[in-house]
Design a protein around this ligand. Structure first.
Ligand code: ADP
Ligand code: MG
Length: 287
C-alpha cells in the first residue's frame, strides 16, 4: 500500500468481472523513457488468473518502473497496458480498486499510527469498518504488529513499516497483488507468512500476484512463472524447468539453480567474471 496509490481511490460504480480466460495483466510493447534513460524497451507481459508471476532481474532492470505503470502511477512512453481490461492511465479508479500494491519504498503517513492508517485506508476504500477491522486484526496478529499498533509510523523499523504496507494492501481483498520487492526488511517469520499469503491469493479467488525480486531463492520457491527482466525487456519466461532448458540450450552443460540460469540468460556471468578480474587486478595482483 502506498499513499500515492490511494490518492485517486474512489468507490467503484461497476465491479470488475474476472473470467477464467481473460488476463489480469496484459502489457504489449511497453516503452518507458526517463529523458535519455530507457527504463523499458518493449516489454511484453501477460499474467493470468491463478498465476504467481515473479519478475526477476538485477538492479535497474526496470522492475519498479513496470509495476508503477501497471498501477497507473506513471505513464508509459508507448505501448498498451490493461489490468482486467482497464487502462491504468485513463481508468485509474477501476484499476486501483483491483490492485493491492506494496511499493519498493513505501511512503506512509508517518505521523499516523498503524491503527489510524488502517482506518484511513478502510474509509478511502469504502470498506465495511467491522469486516476491515477483523481482517486487519488477524493480519496484524499474524505479522506480530500488535505491540506497535498505536506508535507513530515514523518510529517503526523498516521491516515493521513494510508489514503495515502489506496489511494495507490486503485490506480490500484485491484480485491482483502487485508487490515490489515485498520481502525487503522482513524477518524470516514474516517472510514465511507473506509467502503463504501470496499462495492463498491465487488459491482462493482466482486472483493473481505479480511481484518483483532480485533474489533467486524467492522466485524459485513460490512462482508459477518467472520472467527474467534485463535492460527493460523480458529476456526469458517460463517455469523454472523451462528456463533451465532455455539456459542449457545456450551453453553446453547442465544448469541447476535459478541463479545459474539467470546469470546465463542475462549474460551477467561474463560481466561478473570481468568485474572480478578487474577488481583482482586493481587490488590483489602485485606487479
Ligand atoms: N524517476 C526516474 N528518473 C530517471 N531515471 C529513472 C527513474 N526511475 C527509474 N529510472 C531509471 O530507470 C531504470 C530502471 O529503474 P527501475 O525500474 O527502478 O529498476 P529496478 O526496479 O529493476 O531496479 C534505471 O536505469 C533507473 O536508474
Ligand atoms: Mg526496483
Amino acid at each position: 500500500m502506498d499513499v500515492e496509490a490511494l490518492e485517486t481511490q474512489k468507490p467503484l460504480s461497476t465491479s470488475s468481472s474476472i473470467s477464467g480466460f481473460d488476463p489480469i495483466i496484459s502489457a504489449t510493447n511497453v516503452v518507458k523513457q526517463y529523458g535519455l534513460v530507457t527504463a523499458l524497451s518493449g516489454l511484453n507481459l501477460t499474467v493470468m488468473p491463478g498465476e504467481i508471476y515473479g519478475l526477476l532481474g538485477p538492479n535497474g532492470a526496470g522492475k519498479s518502473t513496470m509495476i508503477k505503470i501497471i498501477n497507473g502511477l506513471i505513464e508509459p512512453t508507448s505501448g498498451i497496458v490493461k489490468v482486467l481490461g482497464h487502462n491504468p492511465s485513463s481508468e485509474p479508479v477501476e484499476v486501483k480498486s483491483s490492485i493491492g500494491y506494496v511499493s519498493e519504498n513505501s511512503t506512509l503517513y508517518e505521523s499516523l499510527s498503524p491503527r489510524d492508517f488502517f482506518e484511513f485506508v478502510a474509509s478511502v476504500r469504502k470498506l465495511d469498518p467491522k469486516l476491515a477491522n477483523e481482517r486487519v486484526a488477524r493480519l496484524a496478529t499474524a505479522f506480530g504488529l500488535n505491540e506497535y499498533y498505536d506508535s507513530p509510523i515514523a518510529t517503526l523499523s523498516m521491516g515493521t513499516k513494510q508489514k503495515v504496507s502489506i496489511i494495507a494492501a490486503l485490506m480490500h481483498e484485491p484480485p491482483l497483488l502487485l508487490l515490489d520487492e515485498p520481502l525487503n526488511g522482513l524477518d524470516a517469520k514474516s517472510s514465511r507468512i507473506l509467502k503463504d499469503l501470496i499462495s492463498f491469493q491465487t488459491e482462493k479467488k482466482r486472483g493473481a500476484v505479480l511481484f518483483s525480486t532480485h533474489i533467486m531463492e524467492i522466485a524459485e520457491h513460490i512462482c508459477t512463472r518467472i520472467g527474467i527482466i534485463y535492460q527493460g525487456k523480458i529476456v526469458a519466461e517460463g517455469s523454472l524447468d523451462e528456463l533451465r532448458r532455455a539456459a542449457s540450450g545456450q551453453q553446453v552443460g547442465s544448469t541447476q539453480t535459478l541463479e545459474e540460469v539467470f546469470l546465463k540468460l542475462t549474460h551477467e556471468e561474463e560481466e561478473i567474471a570481468e568485474t572480478v578480474r578487474t577488481l583482482r587486478e586493481a587490488f590483489y595482483v602485485t606487479k
